[in-house]
Design a protein around this ligand. Structure first.
Ligand code: GAL
Length: 615
């Protein structure tokens, strides 16, 4: 069964509305709601005093109406009394200014008072509801690191020192961070502070380690809640909703390993003409973390309220995007939120039940979608191409000043991904340390920070086709440039030496496209696949081949046409074909009528229309 539902915030409504909600949920075939996401202030009106009366009633009501509950732990927004009572709760920005209470997700992840109150709250919730028959899933916090992804306060500074001591000696810190530069040598851990506002650029090693520390600090919060939940309900699914693929602060791969189910919140930008491709990429990333089906935990039924301009979704577009989730390995389609709020910061964010009720286009589509999903099943997908994705590299590459602020990791990844997407060739993502042998091709869009040399070498030796993009093999895990030269540790695999890079003043063009960057590549044993200012090389070694793409192109279609020998499916731009084990999905993300041949049959697609073919 496909999960269908939404964040449900009944605390904003009177009881007569709750009853209408039950009727409408059933009418729309909603089978699960995410409850209690922002419930803390109501549940704990003063320190240690709990009031579960509303939540009790709601859990029972949902159960009576056969709607399951993904119960949230409510720790994403602490009550005002907690922020005001303990000084360490509110986070500090780079300038050590307090980020004040008054919205949500405003807590320092290392605050002992936040941690203690959150722990006690979660214990109370879990003890109370772990046997409730409506409970089917746990929803830890909400979008960790949204709004507050980094804190620079003294508590964090102290914990950072402890974290560092657990990893390195003081001598190692000095060595890794290269503190010989600019007189930055440390003689005591107590002198180390977070990368707060500084006169000039802070030490890159410090910045990188602080990012790692913050990601781990937030992960500790998740683990704290996870352990409490598992102590009472070891077999129940635990998730925490991730944000989209632009969310850099958290190493989601690491998190996903611990979570039973990956879920994420998708808000494609209606003004971005390639939003559907970017959204598909994130679906693929989310499925790939565990190589398992994920849940689309939130999307907007119609418009959002938080961009500067928030156009509505086109007719059918919301249903199309819901199908896209299934077509990339989703097993649930949910929304923010069930009923559009009348008050508060998000009152102009759409809901499944809009301000103007059930006669609206949004409600009609919500109801139609529920009926469509009720007869569908989760699907399974196979990819022979993998894209290597690495959080540490992302964090390191984007330290500025660098050679070029245009070298943005997600942009590079997307520009490569687009080739496969446009050719309807399925892609998985793989991560640091994973085995690559299941794939015919592994593409590493950028490995500025290189730490999987062994895995890459082995893959090529055993017959893999490894492709690596420009500005790779520059630094090790401590962000120190390889003393033997760029790409030196992979020189034998790629059969090249990289002697430097050029950031072009203006974009140039050759037969393969437009490029803004080129590496200076010296060929050793590799063959030249292309040689016009930018070099593309191929080295046959072991049983496989290693390709190096020595330039940053804005479109890799012609480049990859030289290398990839897989045939996808032909389709117009904006029309996507996904072949699963149960269904084929034809998705039209354009506002035009489209037609498409699939295995000898011609299919007509309405604007923002889709077609599901049963296999
Ligand atoms: C998400 C968040 C929801 C809601 C939604 C609005 O980031 O988890 O609570 O704010 O955005 O689009």
């Amino acid at each position: 069964m496909i999960i269908y539902g939404a964040d449900y915030n009944p605390e904003q409504w009177s009881k007569d509305v709750w009853l209408e909600d039950m009727t409408l949920m059933k009418e729309c075939k909603v089978n699960m709601v995410n409850l209690n996401i922002f419930g803390w202030a109501l549940l704990e009106p003063s320190e240690g005093v709990y009031d579960f009366s509303m939540l009790d009633e709601m859990m029972d009501l949902l159960y009576e109406n056969k709607i399951s509950v993904d119960l949230a732990t409510a720790t994403a927004a602490q009550p005002a009394w907690l922020s005001m009572k303990y000084e360490d709760v509110l986070p500090k920005d780079k300038h050590m200014n307090t980020v004040w209470h008054g919205s949500r997700q405003t807590y320092c992840p290392n605050s002992s008072h936040y941690r203690l109150r959150a722990k006690l709250l979660v214990e109370a919730i879990v003890k109370r509801y772990h046997k409730h028959p409506a409970l089917k899933m746990w929803h830890v916090n909400n979008e960790y690191s949204d709004h507050t992804s980094i804190c620079y306060c003294d508590t964090c500074a102290e914990k950072f020192r402890v974290w560092l001591k657990g990893k390195y000696s003081l001598e190692e810190v000095n060595e890794r961070w290269g503190t010989a530069f600019w007189s930055q040598r440390y003689y005591s851990f107590s002198h180390i502070i977070p990368p707060r506002h500084t006169a000039a650029d802070p030490n890159p090693g410090l910045v990188l380690d602080y990012k790692r520390f913050m990601s781990e600090s937030t992960y500790e919060l998740f683990l704290m809640e996870y352990d409490i939940i598992k102590a009472y309900t070891p077999d129940m699914t635990v998730t925490s909703n991730f944000m989209g693929n632009d969310n850099k602060p958290l190493d989601y791969y690491k998190w996903a390993k611990k979570m039973d189910l990956v879920s994420w919140d998708s808000y494609p930008d209606p003004l971005d003409s390639r939003a559907y491709m970017k959204n598909a990429l994130t679906h693929d990333l989310m499925r790939s973390y565990k190589k398992q089906a994920f849940v689309l935990m939130e999307q907007a039924p119609d418009q959002v309220n938080w961009r500067s301009k928030n156009p509505n979704k086109e007719p059918n577009e919301m249903i199309l995007y819901s199908m896209q989730a299934l077509a990339h390995g989703g097993k649930g389609v949910m929304f923010f939120q069930w009923r559009q709020s009348l008050k508060g910061a998000e009152k102009f964010h759409s809901g499944m039940v809009p301000h103007n009720g059930t006669e609206t286009k949004t409600y009609r589509e919500v109801k139609a979608l529920g009926h469509i999903l009720s007869s569908m099943k989760e699907d399974d997908f196979k990819a022979s191409v993998a894209i290597y994705f690495d959080y540490d590299n992302w964090w390191a590459l984007e330290y500025e000043p660098g050679p070029s602020a245009d070298m943005k990791y997600m942009d590079i990844v997307r520009d490569y991904y687009a080739y496969f997407y446009d050719n309807n060739i399925p892609v998985d993502f793989v991560f640091n340390g994973e085995t690559l042998e299941d794939y015919d091709y592994v593409l590493v869009p950028n490995a500025y920070m290189l730490h999987d040399e062994g895995v890459f070498k082995d893959y090529v030796k055993k017959g893999g086709q490894l492709i690596m993009g420009a500005f790779s093999g520059i630094v090790d895990e401590s962000d120190t440039v390889f003393s033997k030269g760029y790409m030196s540790s992979l020189s034998d695999v790629f059969g090249i030496k990289v002697l430097g890079y050029h950031v072009l003043k203006e974009t140039k063009s050759n037969l393969l496209g437009h490029y803004s960057w080129k590496d200076e590549v010296k060929v050793l044993t590799a063959d030249l696949l292309f040689d016009d200012d930018v070099l593309i090389t191929k080295n046959s070694t072991g049983h496989g081949n290693a390709y190096y793409i020595g330039g940053r192109f804005d479109d890799y279609s012609k480049v990859l046409d030289e290398i990839i020998k897989i045939k996808g499916y032909d389709s117009d731009e904006g029309v996507s074909v996904r072949v699963g084990k149960k269904y084929v999905y034809l998705l039209n993300f354009t506002g035009l009528h489209k037609s498409l041949d699939f295995e000898g049959i011609n299919y007509k697609l309405q604007p923002y229309g889709y077609k599901i073919i049963h296999l």
